[in-house]
Design a protein around this ligand. Structure first.
Ligand code: AMP
Ligand code: GLY
Length: 424
């Protein structure tokens, strides 16, 4: 079977690694991929947003299955294009990817179907939003409606901050057209947990839980990033929490999408907050998380290709989705300065230290080959050093040990990934 993965980050490296393990897969391609992915797949120089060129490639090369990693192509309708061309593809169509593509849509869906989430109001113009803020309780959360590279959420502690935020999003269009509409939301407190799931339109099966670390600096200080590291499973995701979410969130979301004529096939990522009043949905993503995929897929025992095919064919109910009772930790090695300005192009040394080491993975995110064929840094998040261990503590110790095996100029990481494990 010939498989094509679309995307170029650590998530796609983890996806390629998991897919490659399937005995069914004879050839693996990734567009556009990165320097790490190039070691296990044939990389193809086509942008993840060039849907027709990707479909041409899939047709010309008789690709049996395409798996889409990132949000932008999914929300942009890549699955619709592939299906129209008669190609087999895994991911939600545009009308279902809206679950991630529009926060206003997802909030309205949750309200209509009684799925627990923060109270909110939606605004189409800045004037009404500013007026609403005058009487709103602080802190308050502003969310640009559309995709904003994970940066469209502002938590505001003062009225001035909130008003400035409305202006930045709706008037200055800091996040472009993503800010044409704004969701203003109640501030919630609690621990955050990510739960990814496979969905075949009707049936949903969750993967093992994970906890992300979104802030750039230790102790959750600094700016929000795409994620600086994480661990799986989350010890805070107890059986009781799981039971509540199964009854009140997961199946309800899948049924709601179907009832709306937006059947969802693919991966739903539930961003949950375990509030004092019970678990509530922070956000939905319509794809694997990055770096959640790195810690979850490394622990998956079932053949991911079998599960993906079952989702496409509507047969997930009969297909096991199993995870090990081990644990994994991923520490992101970033370019110092991320998520703002940082330099690129530094040679990465020591990558060979991971060769042949069971339980250790060095997933590439922002890397490329330079003109001399050396692997160099090419992004804010550079590598996702991941280790699997019998326990979370063991996995954390192994992951941090492995961060010493690689080096590049301006290497930066958080030193407290998984610190919360000690509080469990
Ligand atoms: P999102 O992109 O919606 O996940 O938001 C990014 C981050 O902002 C989340 O991971 C939370 O840490 C935080 N956040 C979002 N919504 C809320 C909320 N209603 N209350 C508190 N924190 C929030
Ligand atoms: N790690 C969070 C995300 O993928 O959106």
């Amino acid at each position: 079977m010939k498989v094509l993965v679309i995307g170029s980050g650590g998530r796609e490296h983890a996806l390629c690694t998991a897919i490659k393990k399937s005995p069914k897969v004879t050839e693996l391609f990734c567009a556009p991929g990165n320097a790490g992915i190039a070691k296990i797949a044939t990389t193809v120089k086509i942008s993840a947003m060039d849907f027709e060129a990707l479909a041409d490639f899939a047709k010309d090369n008789a690709i049996d299955l395409t798996v889409v990693g990132p949000d932008d192509p999914l929300v942009g309708g890549i699955v619709d294009v592939f299906e129209r061309r008669g190609l087999r593809v895994f991911g939600p169509r545009a009308n279902a990817a809206i679950l991630e593509g529009s926060k206003a849509f997802s909030k309205d869906l949750m309200k209509k179907y009684g799925i627990p989430t923060a109270e909110y109001e939606t605004f189409d113009n800045a004037e009404d939003a500013l007026k609403y803020l005058e009487t709103a309780e602080l802190p308050i959360v502003l969310k640009a409606d559309g995709l904003a590279l994970g940066k469209g959420v502002l938590i505001c502690n003062t009225l001035k901050e909130a008003k400035d935020g409305v202006k930045e999003i709706m008037l200055d269009k800091k996040f472009g057209s993503a800010g044409n509409r704004l969701v203003i939301e109640e501030f919630m407190t609690g621990r955050e947990v990510s739960v990814l799931s496979f969905v075949d339109g009707k049936t949903i099966k969750t993967m093992s839980s994970a906890q992300d670390h979104k802030r750039a600096k230790d102790n959750d200080e600094g700016l929000n990033t795409g994620g600086m590291g994480n661990f799986s499973p989350s010890p805070f995701y107890t059986e009781e929490v799981d039971k509540f979410c199964k009854e009140n969130i997961y199946q309800k979301t899948v049924d709601a999408m179907r009832a709306e004529g937006r059947e969802f096939k693919g991966v739903i990522f539930f961003g949950l907050m375990l509030t004092p009043k019970g678990p509530k949905v922070l956000e939905f993503n319509a794809r694997f998380g990055d770096p959640e995929a790195q810690v979850v897929l490394t622990r998956m025992k079932s053949d991911v290709v079998d599960v993906i095919e079952a989702c496409i064919d509507g047969k997930l109910a009969d297909t096991p989705v199993e995870f090990g009772d081990d644990a994994a930790v991923c520490v992101i090695l970033a370019s110092d300065g991320y998520p703002l300005e940082y330099k690129k192009g530094f040679e990465i040394k020591g990558l060979e230290n991971f060769d042949g080491k069971e339980d250790y993975y060095c997933f590439h995110a922002g890397t490329k080959f330079d003109e001399k064929g050396r692997i160099v840094t090419n992004g804010g998040r550079v590598l996702g050093v991941t280790a699997v261990g019998a326990t979370l503590k063991e996995a954390r110790a192994k992951a941090y040990e492995a961060t010493k095996w690689v080096d590049f100029e301006n290497k930066y990481m958080r030193t407290d990934i998984g610190k919360a494990i000690d509080e469990a």
